[in-house]
Design a protein around this ligand. Structure first.
Ligand SMILES: Nc1ncnc2c1ncn2[C@@H]1O[C@H](COP(=O)(O)OP(=O)(O)OP(=O)(O)O)[C@@H](O)[C@H]1O
Length: 477
């Protein structure tokens, strides 16, 4: 570690604190994650999920793990440095993001996810804090909960991440969490939840909040989920919504009045009760929301120095000019997504030897086609599917990153059986948001944005500046 100079703490997560640091030899700025747990053997380290999964990832939209160091029983991950995370960009922001920016970010994240999912990994902890941004580039980080899934399960498991992406997209568009939870001490929550099953800190409440936004599942939207619920004698909170709490339905568009129809449609698809109705990442890239996105492969980029990260992708014009255009695309006619090829595994590491991860040999030549819609006036359809004191490493499985309670909000309801089975009065959940759906509904219409073009409803509802900031998450720095 003496090769690095720690500059400033930039993040403090459940498992580690993250520092901006400089490599004294090369001058390179890096991010060093110092794990909180002690690691007494090298075997423990190489079996961490974060290590096992990240060593296999080599994509411009997945944060690069450069080195793993164990020194005095402390484990350090050396990552490429990113300026901030998406939550930091949102938390103090008053003005909504341009939809073009959101499109650009989401397009990149879906590319990273598509790459990861095709290799059999799913993230399971997607949230704004784990999407890191530097200029126009966004990368997926924090693979502490990432899991590998068998080929047969892949289609279903990876769709967990897609739910989270729907929630993140909605949050970006409204600057508010769409299914807001609360962050509380678990011990407190336990007591309080026992007293009232729909207490805001319970999992039941989280399901309730989801139902109040997207409606309770029906036979049409999620028969399997209803059967599962029946099997464990669980009733979705539709009745309670009406009888006890009198919450009206919340059309998604009213929570994001400035969002285009395409954006709303994609979020609705992603946040479908039935995982099989959610598009995969590759399919999401073909959604009309991304019709104006283009991608320049690294091999065609002018400067080698930027070859490891994609250039800004996104609309060529401003959103204001494009918001009423519709170029729906039929999946049947859409070009298949072409992904990066998995990097070759690193050679086995030698104990006690510092070794750099060979993550720099990215092959960008394969992703040569821009993802673009070509067929007009057809409707997008969702897919129908059923030691030495000092060690450094090149990587392999898991132990420390196994707490499933980290954050369930963004991870969503697709862990169906899990979630339904755990809906009990004593259940606890750790969450980060604190604003209720009721508060979201009380958003007052603000003056119309000059120059906006949209449908009639937009003209009355389009806010340019939310009056309150919905965030309560804590971020270092
Ligand atoms: N490569 C990086 N460059 C810059 N900042 C980073 C980097 N990696 C992480 N961070 C910052 O540190 C924060 C915590 O990192 P990370 O999510 O990896 O830790 P964690 O302990 O796993 O957190 P969590 O509680 O979400 O599980 C991130 O939200 C981000 O703000």
């Amino acid at each position: 570690m003496d090769r690095y100079k720690l500059i400033k703490e930039v993040g403090d997560g459940t498992f580690g604190s993250v520092w901006r640091a400089i490599n004294k030899q090369t001058g390179e700025v890096v991010a060093i994650k110092k794990m909180k747990k002690k690691y007494y053997s090298w075997d423990e380290c190489i079996n961490l999920r974060e290590v096992k999964s990240l060593r296999r990832m080599n994509h411009p939209n997945i944060v690069k793990l450069k080195e793993v160091i164990r020194e005095n029983d402390i484990l350090y991950f050396v990552f490429e440095y990113m300026e901030c995370n998406l939550y930091q960009l949102m938390k103090d922001r008053q003005k909504l993001f341009a939809e073009a920016d959101i499109r650009n970010w989401c397009f990149q994240v879906f590319q990273g996810l598509s790459y990861m999912h095709q290799r059999g990994y799913f993230h399971r902890d997607l949230k704004p804090e784990n999407l890191l941004v530097s200029k126009d580039i966004i990368k997926i980080a924090d693979f502490g909960l990432a899991r590998e899934c068998y080929r047969t399960d892949r289609q279903v498991f990876v769709l967990i991440d897609m739910w989270a992406m729907g929630a993140i997209m909605a949050e970006l568009l409204s600057l508010r969490p769409i299914f807001p939870g609360a962050r509380v001490a678990k011990s407190n929550a336990n007591e309080q939840v026992k007293m009232f099953p729909y207490h805001p800190f319970s999992e039941a409440d989280e399901i309730y909040k989801i139902c109040s936004v997207i409606g309770s599942p029906t036979k049409e939207t999620w028969l399997e989920g209803l059967n599962l619920a029946n099997a464990i004698n669980y009733q979705f909170p539709e009745g309670l919504t009406v009888v006890l709490l009198q919450l009206p339905d919340v059309p998604l568009a009213s929570l994001m009045p400035s969002a285009s129809d395409d954006a709303i449609n994609l979020i609705e698809r992603l946040c479908s009760w039935d995982p099989c109705n959610r598009p995969t990442a590759a399919e999401a890239l073909q959604h009309p929301f991304f019709q104006s996105c283009f991608y320049v492969p690294p091999s065609l980029r002018p400067k080698p120095s930027v070859a490891r990260t994609p250039p800004p992708v996104g609309p060529r014009g401003s959103f204001e000019h494009q918001s009423v255009k519709r170029h729906p695309v039929s999946l049947a006619n859409a070009k298949p997504f072409k992904s990066y090829v998995a990097p070759k595994s690193n050679a086995a590491f030698g104990s006690g030897v510092q070794r750099k991860l060979d993550m720099a040999n990215q092959d960008g030549t394969r992703n040569t086609k821009p993802v673009r819609s070509s067929v007009k006036d057809s409707k997008y359809r969702p897919p129908g599917r059923k030691s030495p004191r000092k060690q450094m490493y090149s990587i392999e499985d898991n132990s420390a990153g196994s707490s499933l309670n980290k954050n369930r909000v963004a991870r969503g309801v697709s862990e169906t059986a899990d979630k339904l089975a755990n809906v009990s009065i004593g259940g606890t959940v750790s969450r980060r948001h604190s604003v209720s759906v009721m508060q979201q509904q009380q958003l007052k219409p603000l003056p119309m944005k000059a120059g906006c073009v949209g449908e009639t409803r937009d003209m009355f509802l389009r806010p340019t500046q939310p009056t309150t900031n919905a965030y309560s998450r804590k971020v270092a720095g």
